[in-house]
Design a protein around this ligand. Structure first.
Ligand SMILES: [Zn+2]
Length: 345
């Protein structure tokens, strides 16, 4: 009866005057039970700095010409992602032919060529119709007029290879009989840099009904350290976690408290934050459809949207730890008995 106790704890937030806010929060957290913690830890450790580095040097190479939506370089990037999943033996979901969800240039805009989202899928063992979407954008800024390539190693090569490693971890778990109970969709969206179009297209043409989509964990830049954290690398900005589901926010915190102890920084989650990051990456297309989201972000740095955002500047140790945190959060959301509750709008 965890769920009922939990609901009672939730209602405490507004109603009980005798508990302090801190005590109420603790009561909610105490009712989150991590599912199979030893297995979670074991498979999270298959996510390594070395593998992330190997993939990111390839994905952020000059060969991909900055992955501008609709260009041959972006097509190479999409093929690279597809080939990764093929090699790993991780399929695309039913209804998607050979990993690609095509998006015509008429949808994206006349100045761009046709493009595609790239989708891979781990089917859930008990509730395959309920899905957690983990997303990162595959496109970037292309090449400037003087021929400098925008490699986009952090933006969003870091998110792209994080998805690779999480997919591998879930695949290994599944192979050994510990696969997720709900399904996981690895969604590599295109056309983010030109208006979040790939994620908008997906939410208008979802492969799984949006009503069965439990949460979206979106990653956009998690491989660098911002200036405020030069002395504390173990941090990550979270945006959106409490906007639609109080439960999601505390599940995320309990996972972090239990295994990682990152500084979870909510600066940019403030309702009136002038950066408006909540509206600025792909998670927003899920949030506007009432799907709870968490956006993971390292903050801006001097190479943000510059040709100097290159693979040699990534902190692979931190990238691996953050990827493990997101994997662990997805693990909990996919495995806990009841799907998380949406209690806000
Ligand atoms: Zn980005």
């Amino acid at each position: 009866m965890k769920f009922l106790i939990y609901a009672t704890a939730l209602s405490l937030i507004g109603s009980c005057a005798t508990l302090s806010h801190k005590e109420k929060v603790q009561a909610i957290k105490d009712n989150v039970t991590i599912v199979k913690p030893e297995q979670l830890l074991k498979y999270s450790q298959t996510i390594t700095p070395e593998e992330l580095k190997e993939y990111l040097y390839q994905f952020a190479a000059d060969e991909f010409q900055g992955r501008k939506t609709g260009t041959p370089g972006q097509k190479l990037a999409s093929n690279f992602i597809r080939d990764y999943y093929k090699t790993q033996g991780i399929p695309s979901p039913e209804g998607i032919s050979n990993y690609f969800q095509p998006i015509p240039s008429s949808y994206i805009g006349d100045n761009y060529g046709d493009s595609e989202n790239v989708l891979a899928y781990i089917e859930g063992s008990e509730k395959p119709n309920e899905v957690i979407v983990i997303s990162a954008h595959l496109d970037h800024e292309g090449v400037d007029s003087s021929g400098d390539v925008y490699n986009g190693a952090d933006d969003d090569g870091s998110g792209t290879v994080a998805l690779f490693e999480m997919a591998e971890a879930f695949k290994e778990a599944k192979k050994n009989g510990h696969g997720p109970k709900r399904s996981i969709l690895f969604l590599h969206v295109t056309a983010e840099e030109i208006g979040l179009q790939g994620s908008r297209f997906y939410t208008e043409n979802p492969v799984f009904p949006l009503k069965k989509t439990i949460a979206n964990l979106n990653i956009d830049m998690i491989g660098r350290i911002d200036r405020k954290h030069e002395n504390n690398h173990d941090y990550i900005y979270l945006i959106g976690s409490d906007r639609l589901s109080t439960e999601l926010h505390y599940v995320s915190e309990v996972v972090n408290d239990t295994f990682f102890n990152f500084e979870l920084n909510y600066t940019y989650n403030a309702e009136h934050d002038h950066n408006r990051y909540y509206y600025r990456s792909d998670h927003y297309n899920f949030a506007k459809n009432n799907i709870p989201v968490i956006f993971y972000f390292n903050g801006e740095h001097k190479d943000y949207h510059q040709p100097s955002d290159t693979a040699d500047k990534i902190n692979y140790t931190i990238l691996a730890k953050r990827t493990q945190l997101i994997f662990a959060t997805a693990w909990q959301l996919a495995n806990q008995k009841k799907r998380i509750i949406v209690d806000k709008s």
